[in-house]
Design a protein around this ligand. Structure first.
Ligand code: URP
Ligand code: ZN
Ligand code: ZN
Ligand code: ZN
Length: 491
């Protein structure tokens, strides 16, 4: 046959409206978009369905070694590996219509980055998802910046991730500046977790001293102002260096407004948000005992009023990428949320929630089905924009001739009640249990292989491909320099 696979008769979402046509796939790529294509070796009937580009989730923590998860405490916490493996994450992603991820290689203070990367490359290669890496920098020594970063860039890793909070991870302004300079010299994007470390530490100590230790006080320890301040500072220092950045997981309008102001000044600053900042609230953490830990992530979920404001910042285009920030810790067992015990103060409970499979259904249902965004906006937020910003386009993120055949066949009318079983991940709960959604993926195609059908995932472990990234226009510095003096010259 001329094609390995033909997807027949769907409403194909191009990002510029939908068009009813067939998709001809050969060698893992889209080779034809036309009406009435000849049959392929395999045919997938898509009548009555939307055909979307497979989701790109550019912020996922998978099989990530960490010290007690993302917590506020320093010290000698034992090393554990995030229980979501690349195999379980791939299964979960395919169940939810996602086909590629960008995940994180850790660095710990006192260590270089190259030793971890070798280990992580081996882990990632065992999955079925296509993947790329962000390199976390927590200890920007001269050796890391001068010798190691150029080596990871040569491997095709084009984003450095920094934290402005978390006890064991945060950078000082001086260290953050050094990372910005290194990124500029090497042609990398910098992605930033924006919350003020000292402010959270001070609030946390005051709360704990007052005996306010329950999970709900997590939100009290980090109100929007700490996020707004760090967002402003992250942008200002990036402007000084002339280095493009993406602000991760924006939870509130006042942080998003800092991004909007920067964009209006012409800076290369982008903002990401996540479904939890459109659906969960601080009140979810207010339950008896340990239960609130299930909703604990950073920045904290806010209020329903804030959800409306975040939607508005999505509609304006200020926030142009929606990822899951999937970072699952089970509620049961000893290595998950309860790593410091079920009576632990909020400070010692790992931050993060699972959401890889729920991302597309929630955004589609809350966004497209409820009329808040268009289908085109959905496609851009979940696939096209993350692919472009991460340097994966045009191979990923759109349905076009020559692109990888990564597709989600979507039933826009199907009503589903979210359950943990439907997530098909390794975590023992979903924070979205019981949520009603309209719209659901009924099949997922990764590079031409049908990897999910009616919820059944079938893919061979080890078939995921590493997506090496070269230099790309999106993250090229603007070349706008104070006094014309280039303090961080590119080679
Ligand atoms: O709470 C969160 N978001 N945990 C994952 C790590 C991070 O900050 O992105
Ligand atoms: Zn973060
Ligand atoms: Zn400001
Ligand atoms: Zn994260």
């Amino acid at each position: 046959a001329e094609y390995d696979l033909v997807v027949r008769g769907g409403e194909v979402a191009t990002g510029f409206g939908t068009t009813r046509c067939d998709i001809g796939i050969k060698g893992g790529r889209i080779v034809a978009l036309a009406e009435n294509l000849a049959d392929g070796a395999q045919v997938l009937e898509a009548g009555g369905l939307l055909v979307l580009p497979g989701g790109i989730d550019s912020h996922c923590h998978i099989e990530e070694p960490s010290r007690g998860g993302y917590v506020g405490t320093a010290g000698d916490v034992p090393v554990t590996v995030n229980e979501e493996s690349f195999v379980t994450a791939s299964t979960s992603a395919f169940a939810g219509g996602t086909t590629s991820v960008v995940c994180f290689v850790p660095q710990w203070k006192g260590e270089g980055i190259l030793p971890r990367i070798a280990d992580y490359e081996q882990r990632a290669a065992k999955g079925m998802l296509d993947y790329s890496f962000h390199q976390i920098i927590t200890d920007p020594t001269e050796d890391v910046l001068q010798r190691e970063v150029p080596q990871i860039v040569a491997k095709g890793i084009r984003s450095l991730k920094v934290f402005l909070t978390y006890e064991p991870l945060h950078l000082s302004d001086e260290e953050y500046l050094k990372v910005l300079v290194t990124a500029r010299k090497n042609g990398c994007l910098v992605t930033v977790h924006c919350e003020n470390y000292a402010a959270i530490k001070w609030r946390t100590e005051a709360l704990l001293a007052a005996g306010l230790t329950a999970p709900k006080y997590h939100a009290w320890s980090r109100p929007p102002v700490v996020e707004r301040e760090a967002t402003h500072r992250a942008i200002a220092l990036a402007e000084l260096v002339d280095q493009p950045i993406q602000v991760f997981h924006v939870s509130c309008a006042e942080a998003a407004e800092e991004i909007a102001r920067a964009q209006h000044r012409g800076l290369k600053v982008w903002g990401e948000t996540c479904p939890q900042y459109l659906t969960l609230t601080a009140a979810d953490m207010d339950r008896p005992g340990f239960g609130g830990a299930a909703f604990m992530c950073s920045p904290s979920p806010r209020t329903t009023e804030e959800h409306a404001r975040v939607w508005e910042m999505i509609r304006r285009g200020t926030l142009d990428v929606v990822t899951s920030d999937h970072c699952g810790f089970s509620m049961g067992g000893e290595d998950g949320k309860a790593v410091s015990g079920r009576d632990a103060p909020f400070r010692d409970i790992p931050n993060g929630i699972p959401g890889l499979a729920a991302r597309l259904p929630i955004l589609f249902s809350e966004g497209v089905s409820k009329g808040r965004i268009t289908l085109d906006e959905f496609v851009r937020l979940t696939a096209t924009n993350p692919a472009r910003l991460m340097g994966l386009a045009p191979r990923k993120g759109m349905i076009a001739v020559g692109a990888d055949a990564d597709l989600a066949l979507w039933d826009p009318k199907k009503q589903v009640t979210l359950t943990n079983a439907l997530m098909q991940h390794a975590i023992d709960y979903t924070p979205y249990e019981g949520m009603q959604v309209t719209g659901w993926p009924v099949a997922t195609v990764r590079r031409g292989a049908v990897v999910m059908r009616d919820g059944k995932v079938q893919a061979e472990p080890g078939t995921g491909q590493f997506l090496a990234r070269g230099p790309y226009d999106y993250i090229r510095p603007r070349g706008v320099l104070e006094n014309g003096f280039d303090a961080a010259p590119m080679p």
